[in-house]
Design a binder for this molecule. Structure first.
Ligand code: TYM
Length: 334
């Protein structure tokens, strides 16, 4: 709770153009619930440098992502859309929370295991303590809910554990956040290996749809999506490629699995891919158009960046000061 209102925090990494998975698993849901909460949506650039980045590319990706939040429909006047690195309280609270988190807890994090296997030449301590920074992000804004895809579940659980541990020692300091997931799109799979999560770091470009992909490219990628040899459109684990296409369709259009199956009854796989591709293009084209318009409006975006960093900083500092006081840091002299 913040100022008597329920609050919400979520973020995305600025490590490249986001995928359809990020959009359907998170961003689209953010837009759906923006009126119910006081919302903070961060471009989490501190998290991004746990993997080596080209500075110029990171800066561009971060700005593009901020614009994509708005292009997807988040109102920047109502929602606080900002860069994590512009609010130093994130790093400060993360340090404090590091001292309330155990090595054993971090060792269990599956994302750390996956990422350290992928980046074996750069297993840095930032990558290891990444979930603590994430906990700081969420707890700084006393978030009641955190809308994310299912892959973030373990990080949400550790956030709750850290918050409860801190509260047990110092009294009611943090709101214990709940995870929020949309009905569909919690885990969009790769179009090439449908048993694996769709991810922008996948080296096969046909495995993922990027939010700024051209419509023709989107259709081509769907046409190449891996399916199976069953020849029947059914929603079952034994047909992960088809199941994923149905999930994408439902998350995009808002229809139920039953309605989708009725609609696709009797279609071949080619026609199914065409339908899903068309639905995704219809959804993304307006987002892409707004993104292009926003890109031309530099001053407007700059004013959002400035104002929202101040707003986020105000609330974040309030929580940070409370925490600093609780752990025994000396009061500031005014
Ligand atoms: P990131 O940047 O990997 O992903 C951003 C959001 O997209 C969701 N997502 C997916 N959903 C469905 N299907 C997929 N294939 C898929 N891929 C990604 C993620 O669940 C996420 O919601 N650690 C976070 C960023 C973060 C954060 C936070 C999130 C930092 N601090 C605090 C929430 C609260 C991450 O790397 O997400």
């Amino acid at each position: 709770m913040l100022d008597g209102k329920k609050s919400l925090f979520s973020g995305m990494q600025a490590t490249g153009t986001i995928t359809l998975g990020n959009y359907l698993g998170a961003l689209k849901n953010w837009v759906d619930i923006e009126n119910e909460y006081m919302c903070f949506y961060s471009v989490v650039d501190l998290h991004s440098i746990t993997v080596r980045q080209d500075p110029k590319v990171l800066r561009k990706n971060a700005r593009d992502l901020l614009m994509l939040y708005i292009a997807a429909g988040l109102d920047p006047e109502k929602n606080c859309i900002y860069y994590q690195s512009h609010v130093s309280a994130h790093a400060e609270l993360a340090w404090i929370l590091n001292c309330f988190t155990y090595m054993g807890e971090m060792n269990r994090m599956t994302q750390f295991k996956d990422k350290s296997a992928k980046h074996s030449d750069n297993i840095n301590t930032g990558l290891f303590t990444y979930p603590v920074l994430m906990a700081a992000d969420i707890l700084l804004y006393q978030a009641d809910v955190v809308p994310v895809g299912i892959d973030q579940k373990q990080h949400l659980e550790i956030t709750r554990d850290i918050a409860a541990r801190f509260n047990n020692i110092y009294g009611d300091v943090f709101t214990i956040p709940e995870m929020y997931m949309g009905k569909a799109g919690r885990k969009i799979m790769s179009l090439q290996e449908p048993t694996k999560k769709m991810s922008k770091s996948d080296t096969n470009p046909n495995s993922h749809i990027l939010l700024l992909d051209d419509p023709a490219v989107i259709m081509k990628k769907f046409k190449r999506a891996v399916t199976d040899s069953e020849g029947v459109i059914a929603y079952r684990d034994e047909q992960p490629g088809i199941k994923n296409l149905i999930d994408i369709y439902c998350a995009t259009t808002g229809c139920t699995v039953e309605a989708a199956l009725a609609e696709f009854d009797g279609l071949g796989y080619g026609a199914l891919k065409q339908r899903v591709g068309e639905a995704v293009i219809a959804e993304l084209e307006p987002v892409q158009q707004r993104f292009r318009d926003l890109s031309k409006n530099k001053d407007y975006i700059n004013s959002i960046i400035k104002n929202n960093a101040e707003k986020a900083g105000y609330y974040a500092t309030k929580t940070l000061r409370k925490v600093q006081r609780k752990v025994g840091f000396p009061d500031r002299i005014r």
